[in-house]
Design a protein around this ligand. Structure first.
Ligand SMILES: [Zn+2]
Length: 385
């Protein structure tokens, strides 16, 4: 396939409705055919139901030390159902140097930039021959719903062929980010015995122990607010483990004793805070309130926090090109925590602002797209040539 202009490529990517609950295969197939050339290795890592896939593309032979550079982005977008869109969210619109559309900044703009670098390099035989280390492209699915795509990679050895140094092009307004929080999701279910409320001796309410559990968890939440860890100073706005008692559901009618109640919890984990330890404290708090029986703690999805070492080559390299001493932190999470657990050194760096992502008329400033592309070109020189 001949190379498209940046704008045309972004328009093509945007036109695929890859809202997280839909398939991303059409987009993945398009990208695979766009970058397919002699010497390019293309692999797919599909979801269990086969409806979605991660795409792994590589040019240049893998090195034992896993040197080289991986450019990574998620292909899914959040639903474009907000009121206030001034144009079709899946048709790229250009106005005053901004590109508008769902996913323009989060994060198909960066994906377009990465695909163009990959395609241009792999199309030039003389360049491929001078590669010292490989360039790879990793496109993931279901980032927006808990990094399910990259979790799938854990069971697929294909990722071990990708270079360790990675840029994830989340919209950071061109700031380098090496730290973000993780998210732990849990559910508590209490059991009761259903009965007509006129015969209370025949039943027991599931809501009463749930209420005691909520009070105990609220106490634990207040304790956590007072605690600090080594990474706290990097998160001045919320420097503690933040727990949210998010939902509670139970009961069916005012004259029925409820037999079940469930509580959902979300916990924002600072880098260095272990999900297992927090879960254990939650379990202890529940035991202290209602004893050991009559309830179950269910584990949901965990998005681990991200913290990349300051001496990682990608950190040194990117900071050098940006003229900063160290990368920063952010309050949103990404695929980076899971990828770090798989052995990648990931920094977040990309054009556009998270402030406009997930909102109507999401946009990407073209100037930031160009600037990010120039920085990625410099990293390519450092890591691959
Ligand atoms: Zn994103």
């Amino acid at each position: 396939m001949p190379l498209l202009t940046d704008e045309d490529l972004l328009a093509r990517l945007l036109a695929f409705d890859t809202t997280s609950h839909k398939s991303n295969l059409a987009l993945i197939d398009f990208v695979a055919s766009y970058v397919e050339r002699t010497g390019v290795v293309i692999e797919r890592s599909a979801s269990e139901d086969g409806v979605k896939a991660n795409l792994l593309c590589r040019v240049g032979s893998p090195r034992d030390d896993r040197s080289g550079l991986t450019l990574c982005g998620h292909t899914d977008v959040v639903p474009a159902l907000e009121e206030g869109w001034k144009s079709d969210p899946f048709t790229l619109r250009e106005s005053d140097g901004q590109w508008f559309g769902r996913g323009s900044c989060d994060m198909k703009g960066f994906i377009a930039l990465a695909i163009q670098r990959f395609a241009k390099l792999s199309a030039t035989t003389s360049l491929v021959e001078t590669l010292r280390a490989p360039l790879a492209l990793l496109l993931t699915y279901d980032e927006e719903v808990g990094s399910l795509g990259v979790q799938r990679l854990a069971s697929d050895p294909a990722h071990e062929q990708l270079p360790r140094s990675m840029i994830i092009g989340e919209p950071t307004e061109l700031r380098a980010i090496r730290m973000h929080k993780g998210h732990l999701r849990l559910q508590v279910e209490t059991e009761g015995k259903s009965a007509h409320s006129g015969y209370p001796d025949r039943g027991s309410s599931a809501i009463e122990p749930a209420a005691e559990i909520v009070c105990a968890l609220a106490k634990l939440r207040r304790q956590l607010v007072e605690e600090r860890v080594a990474s706290s100073p990097h998160f001045p706005r919320v420097p503690y483990t933040a727990m949210n008692i998010a939902t509670i559901r139970g009961g069916s009618a005012v004259n029925v004793i409820p037999d079940a109640c469930s509580i959902e919890l979300g916990v924002r984990l600072l880098p260095g805070v272990d999900a297992t330890e927090v879960t254990e404290r939650i379990r202890e708090a529940i035991c202290g309130a209602v004893g050991e029986s009559g309830w179950t703690l269910l584990h949901g999805n965990v998005s681990p926090p991200l913290e990349v070492a300051t001496d990682a080559p990608i950190h040194v390299g990117l900071c050098n090109h940006l003229g900063v001493d160290t990368a920063g932190s952010t309050d949103f999470s990404s695929d980076g925590g899971t990828l770090a657990n798989l052995g990648f050194d990931c920094l977040l760096y990309g054009p556009g602002s998270i402030e406009v992502a997930h909102r109507p008329n999401e946009f990407l400033p073209r100037s930031e797209f160009e600037r990010a592309g120039a920085v990625v070109d410099q990293l390519l020189q450092d890591f691959c040539f």
